[in-house]
Design a protein around this ligand. Structure first.
Ligand SMILES: NC(=O)c1ccc[n+]([C@@H]2O[C@H](COP(=O)([O-])OP(=O)(O)OC[C@H]3O[C@@H](n4cnc5c(N)ncnc54)[C@H](OP(=O)(O)O)[C@@H]3O)[C@@H](O)[C@H]2O)c1
Length: 341
């Protein structure tokens, strides 16, 4: 039973604004007992998706219709503290993960049991695997149609999504070319098994790929867009697949005028393709991906790397978002929702 009059805190988007922090408020909400089919989860950690959060605050995410105010955040992991009538999938004390929009940036979540998945323990690593890990696996397998031993290019390769993409491709015996900003992040990507890492801050990605990987990329996963997208597209192999999974460069907000040949010219003679990756449209594959990711992690074959910056409490989420946007993070940015006592 929750204490009578108990409350918890969550981040709510109150207004459309240029940044997440400016658009949001921290609100107190009443705790409630779970109804039939519901569980109540006390969250321990939440995962930061700073680019998505910023675009949500700007009302610039095409596929999410915002009715203000709206709760925010996607993924959190915690412990089940109460279950409603008829719930069989969870017991009090289980670790439960939410991977759906509005389930992330909150200390407590009472919702249908079907909105959560079970994890072996309420840790940062299982949170990262359940959310971003699943995105990486599904993007590579279902959209990239990755085959063993292929040559794979990955942008933002040191990031939350990128570090999983690199490792999963390496595990398939692929030759991985990572792109990241700065020597530390590049060394990190190399340590994950990438064969070549391009530091776009000191090297020209188009020039390096043209020289070392001309028409050699079987799969390229890009979440940055702009010049990196162009360089990946120009160097696809015959039957190469360019997976578009994000457009971080769009955050800059400057409209880009593109005066280039139509895409037909880049793909026709190679039988290549450009494919959109949207994890939310691939839910039938999530359970299987999560199970395999947990097994790889538990067997010591896959690392879930967490960014070294530590943020605590609901207020820490704003700092986590800004850390991710700074481009300085490596691995998944995670906030500890439980204040140290
Ligand atoms: N389509 C989907 O279903 C799906 C699912 C999950 C994530 N995503 C996308 O995947 C991307 C990575 O997400 P993540 O949460 O794991 O983030 P992240 O990669 O941990 O952090 C973002 C990274 O993007 C790079 N970047 C390039 N231009 C940037 C800019 N203008 N502002 C900020 N960062 C920039 C930076 O690395 P470098 O400087 O090293 O390049 C930065 O570290 C995001 O674009 C996200 O929206 C898409």
């Amino acid at each position: 039973m929750s204490e009578k009059g108990a409350t918890y805190r969550a981040i709510r988007l109150e207004r459309i604004a240029p940044s997440f922090r400016e658009g949001c408020e921290i609100v107190d909400l009443p705790s409630r007992e779970p109804g039939p089919g519901e569980i109540r989860v006390r969250n321990r950690f939440c995962g930061i998706n700073g680019i998505f959060d910023t675009q949500i605050a700007r009302d610039a995410v095409d596929y999410v219709k915002i009715a203000l105010p709206t709760f925010t955040g996607v993924e959190a992991i915690g412990v089940v503290e109460a279950i409603g009538e008829g719930v069989r999938e969870f017991a009090v004390g289980d670790a439960a993960v939410s991977v759906r929009f509005t389930g992330g940036y909150r200390e407590e979540n009472t919702a249908p049991a079907s909105a959560f998945v079970k994890a072996p323990a309420p840790t940062r690593e299982y949170l990262a695997l359940s959310s971003t890990g699943v995105s990486a696996m599904v993007a590579l397998e279902r959209i990239g149609e990755l085959k063993d031993g292929e040559t794979v290019a990955i942008s933002a390769a040191a990031g939350g999504l990128g570090h999983f993409l690199v490792q999963l491709a390496v595990l398939r015996g692929c030759h991985v070319v990572g792109v990241a900003g700065g020597p530390e992040k590049c060394a990190f990507v190399k340590s994950l098994g990438a064969a070549r890492v391009i530091d776009y801050k000191s090297e020209d990605v188009a020039e390096v790929l043209g020289r070392e990987y001309h028409n050699a990329l079987d799969v390229a996963v890009d979440t940055v867009s702009g010049k990196i997208h162009d360089a990946f597209l120009a160097n696809l192999a015959n039957h190469g697949r360019l997976v578009v999974g994000g457009a971080a460069a769009d955050l800059e907000g400057k409209p880009e005028i593109v005066t280039a040949p139509r895409i037909a010219n880049s793909i026709y003679y190679k039988g290549a393709s450009v494919r959109g990756f949207m994890n939310g449209l691939l839910t039938p594959y999530w359970d299987d991906a999560r199970e395999r990711l947990f097994a790889l992690y538990e067997d010591g074959k896959l690392k879930a790397c967490i960014d070294e910056a530590r943020f605590t409490g609901i207020e820490g989420i704003y700092d986590g978002v800004e850390r991710l946007l700074s481009g300085r993070s490596s691995g998944k940015v995670i906030v500890d929702l439980v204040e140290a006592t």
